[in-house]
Structures are given as structure tokens and as C-alpha cells.
Design a binder for this molecule. Structure first.
Ligand SMILES: [Zn+2]
Length: 80
């Protein structure tokens, strides 16, 4: 399992970068993680979803209603 972390410093503006061939993912919602005791770790902050291979953009909403942007990492972007 690979844990993807959102970019940026603004917690409400979360973004998950998906590898070019990934169709499903599991990530941690920073907003949820920040709102719970550190002893719980990632528990309760995990968000899972899918993105079709044809899609390069999308969004999901975690269990607590935080919206997270999905961005497909393209091979071209990886070379930058
Ligand atoms: Zn959340």
C-alpha cells in the first residue's frame, strides 16, 4: 500500500496525485487526521476511491465531507 499525501499547506484544498495506471487508491484525509487525537494515527482518516483510467481529473468526498481533488499524474508530468 502506498500512502498518498495531499500537496499544499491549505488543509481544505487537498489533492491526491494518482500514478498514471492507478484506478483505485487509498489515502489519508489531512483534515480528518488533524481533527482527531494523534494516538489514532491514520485510523478514521483513510479515504478510498477509484478513478477511471480515462479520467485525468476527479474528486472524492471523505467520510466527514471534506472534498479532495484527484489529479492523474501523466508520464509527461513525471518527467518535469
Ligand atoms: Zn476528511
Amino acid at each position: 500500500m502506498r500512502t498518498l499525501r495531499p500537496e499544499g499547506e491549505v488543509m481544505e484544498d487537498q489533492r491526491i496525485i494518482l500514478p498514471p495506471r492507478a484506478t483505485s487508491f487509498r489515502a489519508v484525509c489531512s483534515a480528518c487526521q488533524a481533527g482527531q487525537p494523534p494516538s489514532r494515527g491514520y485510523l478514521g482518516a483513510i479515504v478510498e476511491g477509484t478513478l477511471a483510467l480515462d479520467d485525468d481529473r476527479g474528486s472524492i468526498v471523505c467520510q466527514r465531507g471534506h472534498e479532495i481533488e484527484l489529479v492523474r499524474e501523466t508520464p509527461a508530468a513525471a518527467l518535469r
